[in-house]
Design a protein around this ligand. Structure first.
Ligand SMILES: NC(=O)c1ccc[n+]([C@@H]2O[C@H](COP(=O)([O-])OP(=O)(O)OC[C@H]3O[C@@H](n4cnc5c(N)ncnc54)[C@H](O)[C@@H]3O)[C@@H](O)[C@H]2O)c1
Length: 250
């Protein structure tokens, strides 16, 4: 099935994890993927993997925590693609902290990249997406719905992403633009596997964040993002929050 044939798709956070899996999935279905991240070597590797498999892809460095960097990258992306059909915001960061000892610096970094970065990406790309009657898929998290122990800043940033995306969906529905979020639970990626847990962790809280079906890889998120981004399968879905958490206990 070639659901993205002739479609231009911009993906942030494409150097690793869910972003890379999404870029590979969409390219494997015929899309041209413009891959964006800060991590140059792994970003170039994503594109090599796609083009090596016969797909169409290009890349540009961009810090989504900087409006200037986003505007520069978007100019380059539109210059290369000519138009934009789908924006997928995957870039994100996490740092766990005990809430009562949490720092302003961590709060501002996480909100700045996860929420403000996603806001800037959407705002700057919307004129192009309105022209193509395209769509946005933003990566939120189950933490937006039920919180995350030791991850208040992260959960707050993702709650903002979910609420903002629903607002965009309603505001632009009559103009043919769709916007959805995916809310993964715990997925096996660098973010999850490398995040250090704070001391004095209360292990009785772990069922709240662990999947009953066991942890799965980023391809399980990529497949849902592709569904929402495709006009063929996701054409009647907007303002939705799609949870994939393998049955995490509330
Ligand atoms: N892994 C999980 O369990 C999980 C669960 C729910 C939601 N998420 C979300 O999924 C998204 C992807 O996470 P992942 O698990 O693939 O993590 P990851 O760490 O493997 O990938 C994140 C990517 O974002 C990039 N990035 C970070 N800051 C950036 C910036 N300022 N500008 C541009 N790129 C930047 C990183 O370089 C990296 O390539 C994140 O938004 C994360 O919050 C992950």
């Amino acid at each position: 099935m070639q659901r993205f044939e002739g479609k231009n798709v911009l993906i942030t956070g494409a150097a690793a994890g869910i972003g890379r899996a999404t870029a590979e999935r969409i390219a494997s279905e015929g899309g041209y993927v413009f891959c964006v991240d800060l991590a140059e070597a792994s970003l170039a590797e994503t594109v090599e993997r796609i083009t090596g498999a016969g797909g169409k892809a290009d890349w540009a460095l961009c810090d989504v925590g900087s409006l200037e960097s986003i505007q520069h990258m978007l100019k380059m992306a539109i210059g290369k693609m000519g138009s934009l059909d789908v924006l997928i915001n995957v870039a994100g960061v996490i740092k766990m902290e005990n809430f009562e000892r949490s720092t302003d610096a961590n709060w501002h970094r996480i909100i700045g990249i996860n929420l403000t970065g996603t806001y800037w990406m959407c705002r700057e790309a919307i004129p192009y997406l309105l022209a193509s009657k395209g769509n946005i898929v933003n990566v939120s998290s189950t933490s937006a719905i039920r919180g995350l122990p030791w991850g208040a800043a992260y959960a707050a940033s993702k709650g903002g992403v979910s609420a903002m995306t629903k607002s965009i969906a309603v505001e632009f529905a009559k103009q043919g633009l769709r916007a959805n979020t995916v809310c993964p639970g715990s997925i096996s990626t660098g973010m999850n596997n490398n995040s250090t847990l704070p001391d004095k962790m209360d292990f009785s809280l772990i069922p709240r964040i662990d999947a009953m079906l066991g942890q799965k890889g980023p391809e399980y998120v990529a497949s849902v993002i592709a569904l929402l981004a495709s006009e063929q399968d996701g054409g009647h879905i907007t303002g939705s929050e799609y949870v994939m958490d393998g049955g995490t206990v509330m």
